[in-house]
Design a protein around this ligand. Structure first.
Ligand SMILES: C[C@@](CO)(OP(=O)(O)O)[C@H](O)COP(=O)(O)OP(=O)(O)OC[C@H]1O[C@@H](n2ccc(N)nc2=O)[C@H](O)[C@@H]1O
Ligand SMILES: Nc1ncnc2c1ncn2[C@@H]1O[C@H](COP(=O)(O)OP(=O)(O)O)[C@@H](O)[C@H]1O
Length: 292
């Protein structure tokens, strides 16, 4: 299924690389590993809302970031960590200067930082000609964050483990109204919350397709973050809101763009929102094929 893309998915310049957002269409926590990480079951789908990145290769091996993000030290930025990981894994003598134009809210459950990291790995693997295949890139991606591999693979997926065991799925590609409450949710904080449900019984993809779309973080996040509760209450009037990942963003599903935009027009002006199309294939894959 090929979806028409919204203007947000149009590259600002031909050399720009997309880092799309993801939604978790469901999220179950079925256990905890000895290292403290939670065993999940989730459904990932991309949306056509993206951060955009530019890469200028340097001959001197240095890694530079134009315009560091507020509150994120340059060496902690996931683009820098991804570039370093690729450099170290391949012994590549080249460096890069990276510009990242953020459109995705940080700590929003949209996976923006993870997607920036994946786009950096994929783009530099091409620009530095380091020749890693998809499996090797996904292996480099996982230590950067549990969400990074799905952005490397670039296909909507049923995810298990910490989200690294991925089975591609072909889903309907509806339109979403996404609300971005004025708060940032720390994934680590939610996963360490004493009241989080951690023992859901395992589900199957068939359960999701039959309409089961729980998010086991929903109650804890709604109780802990009042702006998320406000956004969810508002979406109750539009068929009900769902949480992506650990939030803060929430979303509702619409059959077409017109209905999603109609709902958005009623959204309180205090609430940031956008309309986006669900995508089973990441625009990053199309960008890579453009280079082939
Ligand atoms: C929950 C999810 C669902 O897609 O998304 P977000 O809401 O963060 O976008 C992801 O699993 C998040 O992935 P990601 O954001 O890459 O998390 P990481 O950086 O690997 O982990 C941040 C912290 O969350 C906790 N963590 C994360 C993932 C997991 N399965 N169990 C955990 O307990 C760990 O304490 C970890 O130190
Ligand atoms: N390039 C980046 N973009 C966004 N966040 C980043 C980036 N590099 C590091 N981070 C850190 O990762 C955290 C989680 O980011 P993000 O992926 O946007 O949220 P989430 O995991 O909720 O989807 C941020 O709060 C920030 O501290």
């Amino acid at each position: 299924m090929t979806a028409p893309v919204s203007p947000d998915a149009t590259p600002p310049q031909p050399q720009a690389w997309p880092a799309p957002a993801k939604l978790n269409l469901m999220l179950r926590i079925i256990g905890r590993r000895p290292d403290g990480y939670h065993e999940l079951q989730t459904v990932f789908q991309f949306i056509d809302r993206c951060d955009w990145l530019w890469f200028s290769v340097r001959d001197d091996g240095q890694l530079r970031l134009q315009e560091p993000l507020p509150g994120v030290a340059t060496e902690e930025d996931l683009t820098m960590r991804a570039a370093l990981a690729l450099q170290q894994a391949t012994g590549c003598p080249l460096g890069v200067e990276i510009r990242c134009q953020k459109h995705l809210p940080m700590g929003g459950g949209l996976g923006g930082g993870s997607s920036d990291a994946a786009t950096t790995l994929v783009a530099l693997n091409h620009l530095w000609k380091t020749g890693l295949d998809e499996d090797a890139l996904a292996a480099l991606a996982l230590p950067l964050g549990a969400d990074v591999p799905v952005f490397i693979r670039g296909r909507a997926a049923w995810g298990e483990g910490v989200g690294e065991r991925l089975t591609p799925v072909d889903l309907p590609e509806p339109w979403y109204l996404v609300l971005s409450p004025p708060c940032s949710v720390s994934t680590r904080e939610v996963f360490s919350h004493p009241e989080l449900t951690r023992d859901s019984s395992p589900a199957t993809l068939a359960d999701f397709i039959a309409g089961a779309s729980p998010n086991d973080c929903f109650d804890v996040v709604r109780r802990t973050y009042p702006p998320v509760a406000t956004a969810l209450t508002w979406l109750d009037g539009w068929g009900g809101g769902r949480l992506t990942g650990t939030g803060a963003c929430v979303f509702a599903v619409f059959e077409n763009e017109k209905l999603a935009r109609e709902a958005q027009a009623h959204c309180p002006t205090s609430m940031r929102s956008f309309v986006a199309r669900g995508l089973n294939q990441s625009p990053l894959l199309a960008r890579v094929h453009q280079c082939a």
